[in-house]
Design a protein around this ligand. Structure first.
Ligand code: DGL
Length: 276
């Protein structure tokens, strides 16, 4: 039987749209409900328990809107909240994200990989266990990138300031001899062309979005929860920030057709703002 309930997707801002466009490409018949918590962006420098509380409230909202699965399209929120969310909502498949250390370690011939992500992603237990499990014999160089998320949120994907920040963060990794770079934050794929140009053709850049979309398809298929209609999925994209600015950025970054809605935080819970 066809299941038209939406797939819920969350991020602190527009970063998770890099995952959403892949899900829309691979699973075109699924209805999608996206939440960008732009009122609290960036998540990366915040304490893990604060990020966990935001993520839990967003998941609660998505489930109230009948989401059949949740994709945490944010490495930071996954590091802080994936285990807690799975424990709280055991009947709902929850797809999390982790920096793609495993494929990078398998791929690297230099045995030296770079990972760029937010401070919270590196602090979480998830990252430590990834390195321990999959990168024992590989040197893993980690780099936080303050300011980069803000540049993407401002729609500045290749201006001089963005370019200067990228050089600051990436040049030392290239100089240290990495041959593989993991994009450990969902905002960064929107900077792919600038990043590829700066690291050069000898460095493979890994964007995990296609793998996350495939995993989303697998968890739906495993439960027989796919939307088997012939119609294209309907996309609703919500933000706790400025609705008009978000709508413009969604169009620019993804071209995804969809309805954009505003959300507000009320006593730690999310509420839809009535459409004007
Ligand atoms: N997009 C998020 C991630 O994948 C984090 C951005 C932020 O710091 O809010 O980590």
């Amino acid at each position: 039987m066809s299941d038209s309930r939406p797939v819920g997707i969350l991020d602190s801002g527009v970063g998770g749209l890099s995952v959403t466009r892949e899900i829309a490409r691979q699973l075109p018949h699924e209805n999608l409900l996206y939440v960008a918590d732009q009122a609290h962006i960036p998540y990366g420098p915040r304490p893990l328990d604060e990020i966990r509380a935001f993520s839990q409230a967003i998941a609660r909202f998505l489930l109230d809107q009948q989401a059949k699965a949740i994709v945490i399209a944010c490495n930071t929120a996954s590091a802080a909240a994936l285990h807690t969310l799975r424990a709280h909502f055991p009947d709902i498949p929850i797809v999390g994200m982790e920096p793609a250390v495993k494929p990078a370690a398998e791929h690297s011939r230099a045995r030296r990989i770079g990972v760029i992500a937010t401070p919270a992603t590196f602090q979480g237990q998830l990252f430590a266990s990834l390195v321990e499990r999959f990168a024992q014999d590989v040197q893993v160089l980690t780099q936080v990138c303050p300011g980069l998320v803000e540049q993407v949120e401002a729609g500045d994907l290749d201006g001089p300031h963005t370019e200067a920040l990228l050089h600051t963060y990436l040049d030392p990794l290239v100089a240290a001899g990495i041959d593989t770079l993991v994009l450990g934050c969902t905002h960064y794929p929107f900077l792919m062309s600038a990043i590829s140009r700066i690291v050069g053709p000898q460095v493979e850049v890994i964007d995990p979005s296609p793998a996350v979309a495939r995993q989303t398809g697998r968890v739906l298929a495993a439960r027989g929860w796919e939307n088997t209609t012939d119609a294209l999925g309907h996309h609703v994209l919500c933000t706790t920030g400025d609705v008009a600015a978000f709508a413009a950025l969604v169009q620019r970054l993804t071209g995804l057709p969809g309805v954009v809605r505003g959300l507000t935080w009320q006593n730690g819970a999310l509420e839809l703002v009535e459409a004007q």
